[in-house]
Design a binder for this molecule. Structure first.
Ligand code: MOS
Length: 730
C-alpha cells in the first residue's frame, strides 16, 4: 500500500492489543538463554570451526610481506585467508573501507587475515604467529588540524550538494542582535560497544551460503555480502533472529560475516567468527567526533532573530559527515539562519551511524547553546524555548509539522519534575558536600516511514504466522509486530507467531534511524489488510465493512468464526507499505523534553545523576512497556555521552586507544538511580498507517545537554567539551 494520504479511522484505533504494555513475547527465550544468537546456532550447525580476525597493526600504509608459514603449521589450524588468496573481492555499498585489507591498509585493526582452527584459542594463538612487515605511511589523525582546510560538504558523499543552507541574512541579523552567543562545542568519537559483539556463522552448501549473523538490516547485509564475495544475492541466505544490541554499528555488513564466509570456503567447514572486544573499537565503525560552532542572536525579549550552526567532522576518504546540524534547521524559529558542514579526510577507522546519528551530537551542542543564551537573556530556559517554538519548518514555512507538541512536553515535564524549585543562579543549592543542579533540554529527532513488507498466514490451527525480515535488536519488534497482527485479525496475542530476520521473508525497513517500529508494523498492517480481504471473500462477506474482533468476523448483520474461513485451507496476505509524498508536504519529527538533576561533589568534582525525566511526543505508542525500555536505555546512553564516553585518539599512530569496556566507560546501574518516562497520548496520522513514529532515538537526543546544563547549574562552570569529566570543572 502506498501511504500518501493521512491515515483515517482504521482497525488499529481500537487498541485492544496495540498500545498495551505487553511483555516481550521473546522474553522467556532470552531470559532462559535459549534464544540463539549468531555464535550459538548449534542446532543448525554442528561443530563449526572458529575463525579469528587478525587486525592491521598500523593505521595507514602497506603490507610489504606476510609470512604465514609458522601459523599454518600451528595446532588445529585448518586454513588462513588473506587478501592474497581470497580471490577478487568487491566493496559493498555501505562500508567505506574494505572489510579485508591488504596490501593497502586504510585504518588500524582493518582485518588483514582470518585464521580458521578447531578452537577459538588455537585460531587466536596461530594468528599471533603471523609475521607482517608493514610499510608505514603518514596518516591524517588530528581532526582539529584537518578541519582547518576541510571543504564544505552535503549530507552524504555525492549526495546533496556541498553548500551552506541559508535563509535571510544571518550575518547582518547576528551583527544587529542586542543579545548574542558565539560558542564552540566538541563531541568526541564514540563507540557502539554493544553487548553482543559482531558475530557470524557461515556454512556453504555447494555454491549456496547461509550466514547467521548479528545485523540490523537483513537485505542490506545480504546485498553487500553478495557484492563483496562476487556471487548472486539469491545464493545467500542471511539470518539474524536475535541481536544483542546494535546502536547503528550493525546497520552494515562488517568483517565478521565476510571473514566467516571466506574462512568457511577455505576450510570447507562451517566457520564462526566473533569479534574479540579489543578489536571492536578500531575494526568496526564509530560515531565521529565533531567540532560545532553555534551562533545565536536574539532580541532583548528573547525572540531569536539569527541562528547558525556549523559542524565539522572527519572520515576516511569517500566517507560521510556527522550530520550534527540537522535539528538546528527545524527546532527553533528565527528569520535568519545558516547551517553548514565541513568534512575532513582522516585515516582513523570508519565513521558511521551510531544511535541518532546527527541529532545526538548535534543536540549535545545546540541545547547547551540554548541554555547559555537563555541565561544571557535572563530568561528561564524553558520559557526561552517556548517563545521560539515553531509549527512550521523554519527553512520552508509552507511546510507545517505533521504534529509538534514540544511546548506541551516542556510544560508537563516542568510540572512533573518540579522545575519551579530550581534556582537559576548556579552553585546555590547544597546537600551536604554535594552541589545540586537541575538542567533540561528539548528532545528532537526526525521520523521517517521506510518501505517495509510482510507476509501473514492464518492457519487451520488458528495460529496467525507473521513473516518479515525485520530485526529485533533488543527493541521489542517481535512484540509490537505480534500486537499489530493480533489487532488486525481480532485475535489475542498468544495466537500470533512472529518470525523475523530471515532473508526468505519479505524485505522490511529493518532496524535503524528510529524508523523500524512504525515502518515494520505498518508493513504488517498492510499485509493484514490483504489477509482480511481474503478472509472476507472466503466467507462471502463484504470486504470493506468486515469487523474482526474476538475471533469472529462481522459484516452487516452476518457473523462467523474466524476459524470458519480457514476450514478449507490456510489463507495468506502479503503486502508492503511505501511512503508517498506526505513527507514532502509535512515535516515529520518527534519531540520531547529531558530533565536531569545532578549532584557534584564540592571537593572532588565527582558527578552523580540523581534523577531523570523524559517526556516524549512520538505519535501512537505501540507498546508503552517496550517503548519505555527504549527510552530509559537511551537516557542511560545519554548519561554515558555526557559524562563518560570517549574514544581517545592516538594522533601519532592513528588508532583509538581505549578499546575495551574497562577503558571505554559506559554507565552501570549504580550510575542511574531514577528514571521516569512520560508519553503524550497523541497519534500522528501523517506519519504512518499505525499513526506511530519512532521513539528509541528521541530518548537519547538532548540528554547529554540536559546533564551538562544540570552540572552547570550545580557548579557555575560551563563545560563545552564532552564528555564533562571532573577535571574540566575543577
Ligand atoms: Mo540507528 S544509528 O540508525 O541504528
Amino acid at each position: 500500500m502506498k501511504f500518501d494520504t493521512p491515515a483515517g479511522a482504521n482497525p488499529i484505533d481500537r487498541t485492544a492489543v496495540v498500545g498495551r504494555p505487553h511483555d516481550r513475547i521473546d522474553g522467556p527465550l532470552k531470559t532462559t538463554g535459549t534464544a540463539p544468537y549468531a555464535y550459538e546456532h548449534h542446532a543448525e550447525v554442528r561443530n563449526p570451526a572458529c575463525g579469528y580476525i587478525l587486525g592491521s597493526a598500523i593505521g595507514k600504509g602497506r603490507i610489504g610481506a606476510m609470512d604465514l608459514a609458522e601459523a599454518k603449521t600451528a595446532p588445529g589450524v585448518l586454513a588462513i585467508v588473506t587478501a592474497q588468496d581470497a580471490g577478487k573481492l568487491g566493496k559493498g555499498k555501505f562500508n567505506t573501507a574494505k572489510l579485508l585489507g591488504g596490501p593497502d591498509i586504510d585504518h588500524y585493526h582493518q582485518a588483514i587475515a582470518v585464521v580458521v582452527a578447531e578452537t577459538f584459542e588455537q585460531a587466536r594463538a596461530a594468528a599471533a604467529l603471523i609475521r607482517v612487515d608493514y610499510i608505514r605511511a603518514k596518516g591524517r589523525f588530528d581532526l582539529a588540524e584537518e578541519l582547518k582546510t576541510a571543504p564544505l560538504t552535503g549530507n552524504s558523499n555525492g549526495g546533496s550538494p556541498p553548500k551552506e543552507a541559508r535563509v535571510g541574512d544571518f550575518e547582518q541579523a547576528f551583527a544587529a542582535a542586542p543579545v548574542t552567543l558565539d560558542a564552540t562545542y566538541t563531541t568526541p568519537d564514540q563507540s557502539h560497544m554493544m553487548m553482543e559483539p559482531f558475530a557470524s556463522l557461515a556454512a556453504w552448501h555447494g555454491d549456496e551460503l547461509t550466514v547467521w549473523t548479528s545485523n540490523q538490516m537483513i537485505d542490506w547485509g545480504r546485498t553487500d555480502l553478495a557484492i563483496t564475495l562476487g556471487i548472486p544475492k539469491e545464493k545467500i541466505r542471511f539470518l539474524s533472529p536475535y541481536v544483542g544490541g546494535g546502536f547503528g554499528g550493525k546497520l552494515f555488513l562488517r568483517a565478521d560475516a565476510v571473514m566467516a564466509a571466506l574462512g568457511a570456503r577455505a576450510a570447507k567447514r562451517p566457520v564462526k567468527v566473533a569479534m574479540p572486544r579489543p578489536l571492536m573499537a578500531n575494526n568496526s565503525t564509530h560515531r565521529p567526533a565533531t567540532v560545532q560552532r553555534i551562533r545565536i542572536g536574539a532580541t532583548r525579549e528573547g525572540t531569536i532573530t539569527a541562528i547558525a550552526h556549523e559542524s565539522g567532522s572527519g572520515d576516511l576518504p569517500g566517507g560521510r559527515p556527522e550530520t550534527a546540524v540537522n535539528q538546528s534547521k527545524l527546532l527553533y524559529a528565527g528569520a535568519n539562519r545558516l547551517t553548514a558542514m565541513r568534512l575532513a579526510v582522516l585515516d582513523l577507522p570508519e565513521g558511521n551511524a551510531m544511535r541518532a546519528p546527527g541529532e545526538a551530537p548535534g543536540m549535545m551542542a545546540l541545547e547547551i547553546a540554548i541554555d547559555e543564551m537563555a541565561e544571557r537573556l535572563g530568561m528561564d530556559p524553558i520559557a526561552f524555548r517556548m517563545k521560539n517554538d515553531t509549527q512550521v519548518d523554519p527553512e520552508k514555512p509552507e511546510r507545517p509539522f505533521s504534529e509538534r507538541n514540544l511546548v506541551r512536553c516542556l510544560r508537563e515535564g516542568a510540572d512533573r519534575f518540579g522545575w519551579a524549585r530550581r534556582d537559576p543562579r548556579p552553585g546555590q543549592v547544597r546537600d551536604g558536600r554535594w552541589l545540586i543542579g537541575m538542567g533540561m533540554a528539548a528532545a528532537f529527532r526526525n521520523s521517517s516511514l521506510v518501505p517495509s513488507g510482510a507476509r501473514v498466514r492464518l492457519g487451520r490451527d488458528g495460529i496467525l504466522v507473521v513473516e518479515t525480515d525485520m530485526t529485533d535488536i533488543g527493541t521489542g519488534s517481535y512484540t509490537i509486530i505480534g500486537q499489530t497482527a493480533a489487532e488486525m485479525l481480532g485475535l489475542p496475542l498468544n495466537k500470533v507467531q512472529v518470525r523475523l530476520a530471515d532473508s526468505r521473508f519479505p524485505v522490511s525497513a529493518g532496524s535503524g534511524g528510529q524508523f523500524g517500529a512504525a515502518s515494520s508494523t505498518s508493513g504488517v498492517y498492510a499485509a493484514c489488510l490483504k489477509l482480511r480481504e481474503a478472509v472476507a471473500q472466503r466467507l462471502g462477506f463484504n470486504t470493506t465493512d468486515a469487523v474482526f474482533e474476538g475471533g469472529t468476523v462481522k459484516s452487516g448483520n452476518r457473523s462467523a468464526d474466524l476459524a470458519d474461513a480457514t476450514r478449507a485451507g490456510d489463507l495468506t496476505g502479503e503486502d508492503k507499505v511505501e511512503p508517498g509524498d506526505l513527507e514532502k508536504k509535512y515535516q515529520i519529527s518527534t519531540f520531547g523534553a529531558h530533565f536531569v538533576e545532578v549532584g557534584v561533589d564540592a571537593y572532588t568534582g565527582v558527578m552523580r545523576v540523581r534523577r531523570m525525566l523524559a517526556v516524549c511526543d512520538a505519535g501512537r505508542i505501540l507498546n508503552p512497556k517496550t517503548a519505555r525500555s527504549q527510552v530509559i536505555g537511551a537516557m542511560t546512553m545519554g548519561v554515558g555521552g555526557a559524562l563518560m564516553e570517549e574514544l581517545a585518539v592516538d594522533k601519532r599512530f592513528g588508532f583509538f586507544v581505549n578499546h575495551d569496556l574497562a577503558s571505554y566507560e559506559v554507565p552501570v546501574h549504580l550510575d542511574i538511580p531514577h528514571q521516569e518516562v512520560l508519553f503524550l497520548d497523541g497519534t500522528d496520522d501523517k506519519a504512518s498507517p499505525m499513526k506511530a513514529k519512532g521513539v528509541g532515538e528521541l530518548g537519547l537526543c538532548g540528554v547529554g545537554a540536559a546533564v551538562a546544563n544540570a552540572v552547570y547549574n550545580a557548579t557555575g562552570v560551563r563545560v563545552r567539551d564532552y564528555p564533562v569529566t571532573l577535571e574540566k570543572h575543577l
